[in-house]
Design a binder for this molecule. Structure first.
Ligand code: SAM
Length: 273
């Protein structure tokens, strides 16, 4: 799926409002989307313990929030798109009414509005919501006042270099798409609106978080498992996709390779200061 981002609340919110109704069909329920998400879920479960109070940024239709809340975590999940939040609330009523989750229409730029309550045990952002921001430092600063010392923050972003994407588009003769991440910014269409997507390097993300958070670990999400626009191929080759998932399990944390997947999942710890 060719998703993207914004500069400012209204553009991202409006753009994703337009795709909210089809988002689960176009990404969440695709076999590639599910394969990539399975890798993130493994790490979310390892990182956040039952009973912990966790903040989710750019939650979309609530797939991760519902997953964690139905496994004993308490979730406050926010998104800039009112329609995404409407879909998430409808899902919770249908699928897990008693789960401990609250969805809020709130952009990453406005996280300070949450800061009146108790501190969170941790926070996360999955599948590229943070690529919608041109500067991650303000969000990192807000997170610093929301997450307790020692708490973990997991963020899963589109990487700067995705070898699978590069090879796929070169093979299909789409050279400009093959190189689109390399400048660090690109224009993309979401719901007919043009928005700007940033592809920060691991070093750039680390520097944005550095005053308050220490980078503990990182791994690729979608290293051999391809990006979601390869869904048509994946449906015809589901056995091969299974092998690719196994390769990801083996190689996702290898130095160099861990920065070359569709996404990179970075785990930070809030410093004691
Ligand atoms: C690709 S979707 C990912 C949704 C969800 N995290 C998932 O894993 O399926 C990106 C989400 O980021 C949200 N988003 C984009 N810019 C945002 C911002 N500045 N603040 C909060 N949410 C934002 C969009 O509304 C959209 O729901």
């Amino acid at each position: 799926m060719n998703l993207a981002a914004n500069v400012g609340f209204s553009t991202a919110g409006e753009a994703f409002d337009r795709v909210a109704a089809s988002y689960d069909e176009l990404f969440t329920r695709t076999i590639i989307g599910q394969a990539q998400r399975k890798q993130v879920w493994k790490r979310l479960l390892q990182t956040f313990a039952p009973g912990e109070r966790i903040l989710e940024m750019n939650c979309g239709t609530g797939e991760d929030a519902i997953f964690l809340a139905t496994r004993g975590r308490s979730i406050v999940a926010c998104d800039a798109s009112a329609e995404m939040i409407r879909m998430a609330n409808a899902r919770i009523l249908r699928e897990a009414e008693s789960a401990d989750v609250v969805f809020r229409h709130l952009s990453n730029e406005d996280l300070r509005l949450l800061s009146r309550g108790e501190l969170f045990d941790g926070a996360y952002s999955n599948f590229s919501g943070l690529n919608c921001l041109s500067d991650l430092q303000p969000v990192a600063c807000e997170l610093a006042s929301l997450v307790r010392p020692g708490g973990h923050v997991l963020i899963c972003l589109w990487s700067r270099v995705c070898v699978g994407e590069f090879v796929w588009y070169l093979f299909h003769g789409e050279t400009s798409k093959a190189f689109r991440r390399f400048p660090g910014k690109a224009q993309a269409k979401v719901g007919g609106l043009t928005i700007t997507v940033s592809y920060p390097t691991v070093g750039e993300v680390q520097r944005a978080f550095a005053p308050w958070f220490e980078l503990e670990d990182r791994c690729a999400i979608g290293l051999f498992v391809p990006p979601s626009y390869v869904e048509g191929w994946a449906r015809k080759h589901s056995t091969t996709l299974g092998y690719l998932e196994k390769l990801d399990e083996t190689f996702a944390e290898f130095p160099v390779l861990r920065d070359l997947g569709d996404h990179v999942l970075m785990e930070f710890t809030r410093c004691n200061q």
